[in-house]
Design a protein around this ligand. Sequence first.
Ligand code: LFR
Length: 478
Amino acid sequence: MAGRVGRAGAGTLDLTEVHRFPNRPVRLPDSLRWDVLALYQGVLDGLGRVARTYGGIASVGIDSWAVDYGLLDADGQLLGNPHHYRDSRTEGVGERVWERVPADELYRITGLQHLAFNTVFQLASASGSAQLAGARTLLMIPDLLTHWLTGSVGAEATNASTTGLFDARAGDWSAALMGRLGIDRGLFPPIRRPGDAAGTLLPCVAAETGLPESTRVTAVASHDTASAVAAVPATEPGFAYVSCGTWSLAGLELTRPVVTEASRAANFTNELGLDGSYRFLRNIMGLWLLSESLRTWSDRGLPADLAPLTERAARSRPFAALVDPDDPSFLAPGDMPSRIAAYCARTGQQPPDDRAATVRCILESLALAHRATLRTAAELSGTEIRVVHLVGGGSRNALLCQLTADATGLPVVAGPAEATALGNILVQARADGLVGDRPEMRQLVARTQRLRRYEPRGDGRAWSAAAARIGLEPGGPA
Ligand code: LFR
């Protein structure tokens, strides 16, 4: 996790990292949890550094991943550490929810792709627990951190839209859905929109950090992906994006949700974006496959430096081994290379024979998933894609960007790597009247950030055949 200070205005947009802190999940005997107090301490430490370095700042905004939440009791105390969405507690819970609200109806209301860890399934798995019975308020992670900074309580819309309890068209919580699922509507605070004021620093936070109490806290597009999409440097229509980090979120920005049977079957989501836009996308398992592989190798004392491995991967044999990155066996933390090898063995492929071949397998497989997802997004929404913007940490991986251009047959504009932080800052700056509307925000990103363009190379048919091999395109798995 990182704390950054940004400056935005006419012709200016820059970021300085002031603090970086780890976000290490903790495995308890019964579950996988977030250490949310350590995260909050990281926020306080970051703000302390800001005070020491800059004296003060106009506004603070917090974003994070989606779907996870903390529960507060009647005294406003946090009830236990939030569960991690990669915990297995939601396995098989879907059926219980769909008995009450059939999956197709759930989709029509929420527009949300089925991910086993969506908040609605987490709450269903916690049903009957003492913790949930004692809860009076549910706050998504950024809303919880914002609450501790300000004392205010609210639910930021882009993150609320990932819960499975939010009416995508109405842009508000679905009380009807909650009623049918036996979930207490009273747990959910009123919706805030990106740019809304969330308050000012509590006196204790000001004392702890050295920032003035008058420092404003602004609701940003608090779902990290929503902030990243807001900062996609697209200057023309007809763009798709891949927000590529732990996850690859690949899709389109639309003005209306697509909630058809076909989009449900393809498991496309309609999460809320900035200014009532819709992020029509699918989750692809993303660079998680790579980071867990590197972690596994480094735990075993093997060299796990990404740059030399990627260099060797670029020279490894193309399409030697491929996986469907979204295979559920890859979701949990743990030994990733073994799971990739097991997938290959299961599908009649020779597993990658060394670390570079494993990296090649991961990057090619992700490029294939980007291709399949963007094609489907275009088809389902009747849109023509002319360019792919690849933002987030993955934009630093030149091989992945080139493979994505080759696989999609489209130019890829890579960067900025810090799209999420830029989207966060831009929404705060806009609330202050320092930048204009969404197109102007994007122009500013395009003008000020270093971007790199990759033209597609090679033969599209090879990619088509490869996609068929892992069942991502007709032709079927080998
Ligand atoms: C990306 C992300 C995705 C969400 C996943 C889990 O960081 O926020 O958009 O589906 O994490 O919250």
